[in-house]
Design a protein around this ligand. Structure first.
Ligand code: NAD
Length: 604
């Protein structure tokens, strides 16, 4: 029989503590909610009230239930109020000395059988536990932000945590409607160990002005399919908490430079820009604690480049008008793009190369359009009109009259350079020449022509047909006109654009793939299983799919290629491809396409 927890204590009612109080009280557990001062207590109470009022307003909580929830919470100043609780969850700032002091005090105040839990994100639960005389009754209970919403709890056991204590808190998580993963005591556990390198990298992209805050966030939402952008997420977590987490992970997680906090984070903390809780972080909020972003001096003017061709067909001074598009290649990206451009109203010339007519690709595009009709995405008439706009050709020479060429041939530099040299011979002057490469330097391709100012990257993150984002990659040569034309064309495709420089992985892959590679390393180290890691990222961070599902879908060979290019360019040891990824590729376990990757897909 699992132990019954009827009364619990929560210490610290900040971003996390107030949410944890809500989780317990909502599930019928009495809570003693403790703060350091009357003022902090009032703030904690206000946070709880705001959150439950929001739930009532959204129809997610009845008014009676809200009142019952509040009646279960006893707000107190000082730890002495915790003398009669069954379990304490500590959620004070992420500092080891503070947490150790509080645990020593809790050990003195609480009943001998009380379980003591820390909500630390990165500190060693073992180090905290040995500040007490009862380390066997100390666990990590790592809730995610916002605690009432996120389903995951990481249960962290140390080498001395008693097995029945782990069983009891696992049963408690189930009672709270949470899903737990139980893991050993390692800096960052599962989710933060995979999340914070990514968040820190996003800050350094912003700090070095590689892309704007809006572009970084929109890239990861639309191009990476994530629920929030990294900078908005850091504001939600709190810059002070994030700084401490990164610092601990750097010092105790192997001194990986990717975890050394980007200097900007420290500066923002010093300046009191802590994120949502202080009303300003990377973004500015309506007031402290508010989720509502308000415009500030960094907010871009709300103008989108207009279409220069396709169905919209307007004319603008900056961008060059585009009505006909040549697409070179027969792979998945080319196939997807032929359809995307034709559906948007462009005349499309689909070119295989100089050898075979594009028989395979025309069948695939036709089948995909038929599926669109069956799904109700487009009418039969629209399908027929789109097909009528496509010309299937075997010859590159026919690209002589198009306004834009989009290259989507195999990801191999020599092949792309040879193709661009040919395009330079064939295409009329002023045509925009775009490569869809996801990992090669665009400038290498551009320099194969005598018109590098007209060459840029158009990166459509995978899966091409569904992601509403295009990264417009400018080289040191790319002209402003070419960039404007590319943005206008993408707008006509209904896609949001992010403009970035010519660095390996651009924005999306540079931020996404190291995280995927880190997940492989974690698996390789035997810390957690494929399912637990995928679960943790889905339920703890709200990702639509976990890292191994992404790797299997993208293809392990493709992923390895991208990771190699990131490593080659940055020479950062932490970016070296995980040996397990290399081995699986060697073994032919390439993911869904091969029937097997991290998971077996043969029976699905
Ligand atoms: N912010 C997140 O997204 C997040 C997510 C998961 C876990 N965590 C972890 O939760 C813990 C709390 O982080 P947070 O972001 O909620 O911090 P926070 O700064 O928002 O809140 C900390 C609260 O602790 C209170 N406090 C400080 N000293 C105290 C004391 N001696 N006694 C009682 N209360 C005291 C403060 O007044 C403050 O209200 C940290 O260990 C953090 O790593 C944070």
């Amino acid at each position: 029989m699992a132990r019954e927890f009827t009364r619990v204590g929560v210490v610290g009612l900040g971003t996390m503590g107030a949410g944890i109080v809500e989780v317990f009280a909502r599930n019928g557990v009495d809570v003693v909610a403790v703060e350091i001062s009357e003022a902090a207590l009032a703030r904690g109470r206000a946070t709880l009230t705001r959150s439950t009022d929001r739930a009532v307003a959204k129809g997610k909580l009845a008014e009676d239930d809200r009142d019952a929830l509040h009646s279960r919470v006893d707000f107190q100043v000082g730890l002495d109020a915790l003398h009669a609780v069954d379990l304490v969850i500590e959620a004070v700032p992420e500092r080891l000395d503070l947490k150790r002091r509080i645990f020593a005090e809790l050990d003195r105040v609480c009943r001998p059988d009380t379980i003591l839990a820390t909500n630390t994100s990165s500190l060693s639960v073992t180090d905290i536990s040995v500040a007490t005389q009862r380390p066997q009754q100390v666990v990590g209970l790592h809730f995610f932000n916002p605690a009432p919403v996120m389903k995951l709890v990481e249960v962290v056991r140390t080498v001395v945590t008693a097995a029945d204590v782990v069983d009891d808190v696992e049963a408690l998580c189930a009672r709270l409607g949470k899903v737990d993963v139980t893991i050993d005591d390692r800096a960052g556990f599962i989710a933060n160990a995979l999340l914070f390198g990514y968040l820190n990298h996003a800050v350094s992209m912003f700090e070095t002005r590689y892309a704007t805050r809006e572009d970084i966030d929109v890239a990861m939402k639309l191009g990476g399919g994530l629920p929030m952008g990294p900078l908005a997420l850091l504001d939600l977590i709190g810059l002070d908490t994030s700084y401490e987490i990164l610092n601990t992970m750097y010092r105790h997680g192997g001194r990986d430079r990717r975890h050394a906090p980007t200097p900007l984070i420290r500066q923002m903390v010093t300046a009191g820009l802590l994120g949502r809780k202080s009303g300003r972080g990377f973004y500015t909020y309506e007031k402290p604690g508010s989720p509502k972003v308000v415009p500030d001096e960094q907010t871009p003017a709300a103008t989108q480049p207009e279409s220069t061709g396709g169905s919209a067909g307007s004319e603008l001074a900056g961008p060059v008008a585009v009505t006909t598009v040549g697409l070179v290649g027969v792979g998945a990206i080319a196939t997807g793009l032929v359809e995307v451009f034709a559906r948007a109203g462009y005349e499309v010339l689909s070119v295989d190369g100089d050898t075979e007519p594009s028989a395979g690709i025309s069948e695939t595009v036709r089948a995909s359009l038929d599926e669109g009709v069956a799904r109700g995405d487009l009418s039969a008439a629209d399908r027929d009109a789109a097909l009528a706009r496509i010309t299937w050709s075997a010859s590159l020479e026919q690209l002589a009259d198009v306004d834009l060429v989009v290259e989507a041939v195999a990801e191999e530099l020599g092949g792309k350079q040879a193709l661009f040299a040919r395009l330079d011979e064939i295409c009329k002057p002023g045509v925009l020449l775009a490569t869809t490469t996801s990992s090669l330097p665009v400038i290498e391709v551009a320099m194969a022509t005598r018109r590098p100012a007209d060459v840029l990257g158009l990166h459509f993150p995978d899966p091409t047909a569904r992601r509403p984002l295009v990264e417009v990659v400018r080289t040191v040569h790319t002209s402003a006109e070419a960039t404007a034309t590319a943005q206008a064309v993408c707008a006509a495709l209904g896609r949001t654009t992010v403009v970035c420089g010519d660095r390996a992985g651009f924005v999306v892959n540079a931020l996404l793939f190291p995280y995927l590679n880190d997940a492989v390393r974690m698996l390789e180290a035997g810390y957690a299983s494929v399912d637990d890691i995928d679960h943790a990222m889905k339920l703890g961070c709200g990702y639509p799919v976990g890292p191994f599902a992404v790797l299997d879908a993208v293809g392990l060979d493709v992923s390895l290629g991208i990771q190699r290019s990131l490593y080659r360019e940055q020479r950062e040891p932490g970016l070296a491809p995980a040996p397990l990824l290399e081995h699986l590729v060697t073994a032919g376990h390439l993911g869904r396409r091969a029937g097997r990757g991290f998971r077996d897909h043969t029976g699905r």
